[in-house]
Design a protein around this ligand. Structure first.
Ligand code: ADP
Ligand code: MG
Ligand code: ZN
Length: 570
């Protein structure tokens, strides 16, 4: 028994080594590296890929939770190529299956599929090949329905298993097993048969979205006794996310950016992403004029210039690259302290990826995006040819616009991940938003609208804005309370009053056009009540470098306090 204990101990130690030192050499390591480069034409593994592959190659059952687009498929495709026999891949959708088959074909990896639309002849051929030791395919893609309904398939799989040809089972979108997941598929519930019939074959379940309880459920349903779970988090905890408004009338974002770079990011490395090649040139020139050590980078430059800019930036001879999205491939500078978007990205995925070049060394870094009304339409026309281009763009707009939800939670929801509010740790601007009391402001605005009504006049939102800011007729100015708030703040307050029902819309039709006026809303009378108060969440609009960083929050707050009188942190 001593020998047995020793064996168990050794086994445990080796297992630990596997898990914690994924780069240790295994018998398959060389082949893995070689195929990664030669077959998949990739230079290196992404986080968790090698660890997952090594665990699966050593026969462990594994659940891999990783955001969409990070490369889960490689974690069973590469082992398939490096193993004898074939890997069975269960995929919920025929379209996903076809994408993968097409991709594998393009890199010369043999794969076959069985689904409801397979022809009889094709199915017959595939089934025959399952037990043929000379069959060349490395992956067999099936829908769960096939497993559940085709006895013939199961009997052939059993033969293949007995002949040692079934090397691995991959269940893609594994959360579909669980009723508690968001995409339950009844046929997935029957996949437990696989592990019951083929207990010696390692199973790999993959998903971008699964809570612990969903995974527990999947584990039970799939009859996997003790899977290892690897979770790659999308959450880059060291990045501070912030959105700043860009005034469409007078875009001073470049001054703002140069102030940030010269003060907050003095001597620190960063990237400014811009919309177009022309913007790269002009923004870079503007920054240079303001004394920032910046260089442009875009696809239209000649290759030598591009690699020179890249090299100088990598060695800190250039502080900032002002780039289009062409600046992306092969960039892995660890100490990028800021990624500033002069214009929004075309989707959240793109933004996540571009901004994600900040802080690869896991030290704090900032991701700031400037959001301007007009930019929405500039990008919109650019992505017009893309299938879901507009839809994706709107996700980005929503990220910028939404001031009620933590930026991270918007990203998390977008990536279909479960979000826990603790995950931000106040590392985004929204989590620093302040709730301001706008009761007095509401009274001022309501008074303006009321006065107009008594004069039998109708006011457009623009007229209300101007009247309140003291730009209306002199006669009227004397009768109302004007404000010194900025235009953005004034607009935000009026919008909030409209949304909260203190103002409402009053449409007026002419044969030619429809006018939008403001009138008192149903809740306006409540303001007569002394104890009634109104609050709103306010985005920080201070555009100078001193008022933004988390540590300088208090400066911002005292500024607010002056502006709004009463304040409370949310
Ligand atoms: P997921 O299933 O996690 O959503 P995919 O497996 O479809 O992601 O991969 C997404 C993209 O990432 C693919 O284009 C794939 O080629 C690419 N990819 C995967 N692994 C790597 C890697 N190690 N290096 C570079 N690109 C990779
Ligand atoms: Mg996938
Ligand atoms: Zn947050």
């Amino acid at each position: 028994t001593f020998l047995r204990k020793l064996t168990i101990l050794l086994y445990c130690i080796l297992t630990c080594l596997n898990v914690f030192f994924p780069n240790l050499d295994f018998s398959w390591s060389t082949e893995l590296e070689q195929n990664l480069k030669d077959v998949f034409q990739l230079s290196k593994f992404r986080p968790l890929q090698l660890k997952a592959i090594n665990l699966s190659m050593s026969g462990k059952d594994l659940f891999l939770v990783m955001p969409t687009g990070r490369g889960k498929s490689l974690c069973y495709q590469l082992p398939a190529v490096c193993s004898e026999g074939f890997t069975l891949v269960v995929t919920p959708l025929v379209s996903l299956m076809e994408d993968q088959l097409m991709y594998l074909k393009s890199i010369d990896v043999e794969a076959v599929s069985l689904n409801a639309s397979s022809s009889k002849e094709h199915a017959k051929m595939v089934l025959a090949e399952l037990t043929d030791s000379k069959a060349p395919f490395k992956l067999l893609y099936v829908t769960p329905e096939k497993i559940a309904k085709s006895k013939l398939l199961m009997s052939r799989l059993e033969k293949a298993y007995n002949a040692g040809r079934l090397s691995r089972i991959a269940v893609d979108e594994v959360h579909c097993c669980s009723q508690w997941g968001h995409d339950f598929r009844p046929d997935y519930k029957l996949l437990g048969i696989l592990k019951r019939q083929f207990p010696k074959v390692p199973l790999l379940g993959l998903t971008a979205t699964a809570t612990g309880s969903v995974l527990k459920d999947c584990q039970k349903i799939l009859c996997v006794p003790e899977p290892i779970t690897l979770t790659a988090s999308f959450n880059r905890t060291n990045l501070y996310y912030e959105v700043r408004l860009k005034d469409s009338n007078s875009d001073d974002s470049v001054s703002d950016i140069s102030a940030l770079i010269k003060e907050r990011y003095k001597d620190q490395s960063g990237i400014v992403y811009v919309f177009s090649q022309k913007d790269a040139e002009t923004v870079s020139a503007d920054l240079q004029k303001k004394g920032v050590n910046a260089s442009p980078y875009h696809a239209n430059m000649n290759p030598e210039d591009k690699s020179q800019v890249h090299r100088k930036w990598a060695t800190n001879k250039i502080q900032v690259v002002v780039a289009t999205v062409a600046f992306g491939m092969g960039i892995d500078k660890a100490d990028v302290r800021f990624v500033i978007h002069h214009t929004i990205s075309k989707s959240i995925e793109n933004y996540y990826q571009e901004s994600g070049r900040a802080g690869r060394d896991d030290k704090p870094a900032d991701c700031i995006v400037y959001f301007g009304f007009n930019d929405i339409f500039r990008i919109s026309t650019m992505v017009v040819m893309e299938n879901v281009g507009q839809q994706k763009l709107l996700t980005m707009v929503d990220y910028c616009q939404n001031v009620d939800r933590c930026r991270r939670s918007v990203i998390a929801v977008h990536f279909d991940e479960v979000w826990d509010d603790e995950g931000c740790n106040e590392m985004c601007d929204v989590c620093h938003y302040i709730t301001v009391d706008i009761t007095q402001h509401a009274k001022d605005v309501v008074q303006i609208v009321e006065l107009a009504g008594s004069l039998d006049e109708k006011l457009t939102p623009l007229k209300v804005t101007e009247a309140w800011m003291g730009k209306g007729p002199a006669k009227r100015r004397k009768m109302i309370q004007t404000t010194t708030l900025s235009r953005l703040e004034v607009e935000a307050i009026i919008t909030s009053l409209l949304l909260q029902g203190y103002l409402s819309e009053d449409f007026s039709f002419t044969p030619y056009t429809t006018y939008f006026y403001l009138k008192l809303g149903g809740k306006a009378p409540l303001l007569k009540n002394q104890s009634h108060s109104i609050t709103m969440k306010m985005r920080r609009t201070g555009l100078d470098a001193n008022t933004v960083s988390t540590t300088q929050q208090t400066v911002q707050e005292s500024f607010r306090q002056e502006a709004f009188g009463c304040i409370s942190r949310d």
